[in-house]
Design a protein around this ligand. Sequence first.
Ligand code: C5P
Length: 479
Amino acid sequence: MASITIRNLDEETKQTLREYAAKNGRSMEEQVRLILGDVKKLSLLEPAQIFNPIATSPIHQQSEEKGAPPVNLKGKLILLVIGGGIAAYKCLDLIRRLRERGALVRPVMTNAAHEFVTPLSVSAIANDKVFSELFDRDDEHDIGHIRLSREADLIVVAPTTADLMAKMAQGHANDLASTVLMATDKPVLIAPAMNPKMWSHPATQRNIKLLHSDGIHFIGPNAGEMAESGEAGLGRMAEPLEIVSAIENLLLPKKIPQPLAGKRAIVTSGPTHEPIDPVRYIANRSSGKQGHAIAEALGQAGAEVILVSGPVDIPDPENCETINIQTAREMQQAVETALPADIAVMVAAVADWRTVNASDEKMKKENGKGPASLQLTENPDILKTLGHHKQRPQLLIGFAAETEALEEHAKAKLKSKNADWIIANDVSPEGGVMGGDKNTVKRLSKSGIEDWPKMDKSEVAQKLVNEIIKHFTVETLEI
Ligand code: C5P
């Protein structure tokens, strides 16, 4: 039967088969028998069932999918390093599962892996060439081991033998598999498979710790029967679908919970610039870092965010609608236009005063005369306006940047501006808050004062958003 099959093969396949057989010192018939053996191992079934192996295989029954899988790995290139263990046969199924999901699989086999599964079967299922030799002139010319490891989105090692783990932990690079693992700058996922005694051996346990601390991701091993009769315990390679889901976890964006979905938030950020003439203005040192971080964190929690920002040097958050303004009056107009809103967080350091009449022409020094005096008038207080607005947001939060008597001033603002919370921070120059990346704040509300530890502005933003989420969760529960 094998000879009939060979005769019927097309010339290119016959040539590949001839080369593999010659390289392994086998006849073409022997090579075909081995390939058929791989297919049989893949199915773990009787020969009669070989041609429909996956659907009825007992090993897949518990994890079998319903319907066609999503093509969610489209365009992802996975470098699959196949180690030399009996579980190597599962790689054929793993490759098939990955390709069904749109992934490209480029196989690398260790020499030992060739004893368990033939490169021809791997190559046929992966629809790609199998890479095995570190010093293969053609392969190095063609792609090279550095490109091989760098072009991939992820390296998966399955099965990972005790020996491969030891090599990875120690940084050996003496064959193609270990070299690509050393040369990579991409995440690496390993699926260990070995005898339970080898898994629990102190040397393997040491290597597991080292690999964990190197940031290597693990899937499995599972507990169960071993290929060797009478052996059971921890050491079975994870099933192909479990490996696929670990790959999806690493390669696909995480679904972040959206507790503020359906809520609309307005955030002000940065300074305002109040013109004196076309080239001069009144401003302050606000960088916008804190306000932008809050807007971004609200967006991540699912809120629809309108960010009204004064002139800043930082990028607009991607998940907000940003309205850029210059002056306090423009900010007020943008905020009022954005109403109604459920949440408003007024972080901007709005200039308290503006010139009564900004000059249309650049103001000139006049010989003999002193400096021109600026006539100032008060800007609208946007927070206060919102606090007394007929469309007052349900949760209104202000900031109080002070250089002295922080709590006292913040308490007064909570009341006068009719805010729900005031986030108070000391902006004395020695603290480095204005323009810096850290912030130490207190949260004042009608129920008291909380001191928050010194944190990155992004952490303050996250904590504030967590409090906002809690506020709305409690409100919902109370209803
Ligand atoms: O009064 P003070 O400027 O310290 O108030 C700080 C709080 O009031 C901040 O939340 C700030 O964004 C807001 N504010 C405002 N409009 C102003 C002045 C301050 O919204 N004109």
